[in-house]
Design a protein around this ligand. Structure first.
Ligand code: IPM
Ligand code: MG
Length: 367
């Protein structure tokens, strides 16, 4: 039986995860999905109980299972904590310890929501791109780092951008492999004009490309990439980039689609004995403390994250497609959580009733 570790986390994390569990239940009951589920604390919730955002036992469990599904971490309550105790550290530690080097962030514009984007409808309608962000190296993890004193007793903040050839190579392979299943186009983004790590990035991506001749590869400086993403995002298919640029560019790409509440992500590592990659799935949105506990959260990003788990970790392609299409239908029928409400358009629904609508749609496809 396949296994899943659920880490609801903080803020709206637990409330959207309740909804995902209802969706999972549906697949267990109606499509014979077999999943051994365990649940644990992470982030601020783990800090409150154990004094650490990621307990050793939780990490051990994460290393054992086929996939991890995480809600969100963080909240104002934890802002003044020491760097190493902050909820976000749990995320970074999970990424690093599980060696989840390829972060897949699709930015897909649902037709029903195209008018929500801050860009004109025809620029985003039909948009379907994926950012592959390197997730375990670069300036997020490079040494030396810290806040130190200079010789003249002035404080200096230090972070180091560092990439080895093999780190670039493996994420480039992930991007090319993904492009094979899509339209066969990869754009690699760095700052080779000012950074040596960018020069190496460009060289290694080009070398890896020799094994993927059928893929069309282009290179772009990341600042131009940001501009092109808002000018004409549909020119892209797969974008591959480093950890920091990927963090920024993926937020930008997310906003093209109209709402952060819609976007899932998958963080994939090396292949395990099961033949599947080590994996963690999470919505792109954060813990949203401002709306926590008000039944306003949009559960779709987290439900779509589970759909990615069906796809990449459990070989349940048909069920993943079914879930995706039911979500699309619910949106097309005009049901909207508050983040998707614009003017008078659509019918306002709560977190739970959005899930009800999706389940009603799934019920049309019972075996
Ligand atoms: C993300 C987030 C994280 C990051 C934070 C919460 C540590 O912004 O997943 O994009 O910077 O990677
Ligand atoms: Mg981010």
């Amino acid at each position: 039986m396949s296994s899943l570790l659920i880490l609801p986390g903080d803020g709206i994390g637990p409330e959207v995860m309740v909804e995902v569990r209802r969706i999972i239940e549906w697949f267990v009951k109606n499509k014979g999905l077999q999943l051994e589920i365990t649940e644990d604390l992470v982030g601020g919730a783990a800090f409150d109980k154990h004094g650490t955002p990621l307990h050793e036992k939780t990490l051990e469990k994460a290393l054992e299972v086929d996939a991890v599904l995480l809600g969100a971490v963080g909240g104002p309550k934890y802002d003044s904590l020491d760097f190493n105790l902050k909820p976000e550290r749990a995320l970074l530690k999970l990424r690093k310890e599980l060696d989840l080097y390829a972060n897949i962030r699709p930015a897909q514009c649902f037709d029903a929501l195209a008018s929500f984007s801050s860009l004109k409808r025809d620029i985003v309608s039909g948009l379907d791109i994926v950012i592959v962000r390197e997730l375990t190296s670069g300036i997020y993890f490079g040494e030396p780092r810290g806040i130190q004193k200079t010789d003249s007793n002035e404080r200096v903040g230090i972070n180091t951008q560092r990439y080895t050839e093999s780190e670039i190579k493996r994420v480039a392979i992930s991007a090319f492999e993904l492009a094979k299943k899509r339209s066969g186009k990869v754009c690699s983004m760095e700052k080779a004009n000012v950074m040596e790590s960018g020069v190496l990035w460009r060289e290694v991506v080009s070398e890896v490309h020799r094994d993927f001749q059928e893929i069309e590869l282009s290179h772009m400086y990341a600042d131009n990439g940001a501009m092109q993403l808002v000018r004409d995002p549909k020119q892209f298919d797969v974008i591959v980039t480093d950890n920091l640029f990927g963090d920024i560019l993926s937020d930008c790409a997310a906003m093209l689609t109209g709402s952060l509440g819609m976007l899932p992500s998958a963080s994939l590592g090396s292949i395990m004995e099961s033949g599947k990659p080590r994996a963690m799935y999470e919505p792109v949105h954060g813990s949203a403390p401002d709306i926590t506990g008000q039944s306003k959260a949009n559960p779709i990003a987290c439900i779509l994250s589970f759909s990615m788990a069906l796809r990449y970790s459990y070989s349940e392609l048909e069920n993943a497609n079914l879930l995706d299409s039911c979500i699309e239908k619910v949106l097309a029928k005009g049901y909207r959580t508050p983040d998707l409400m614009m003017g008078e358009e659509g019918e306002l629904v709560s977190t739970a009733s959005m899930t009800d609508k999706i389940i009603n749609e799934l019920d049309e496809h019972k075996q």
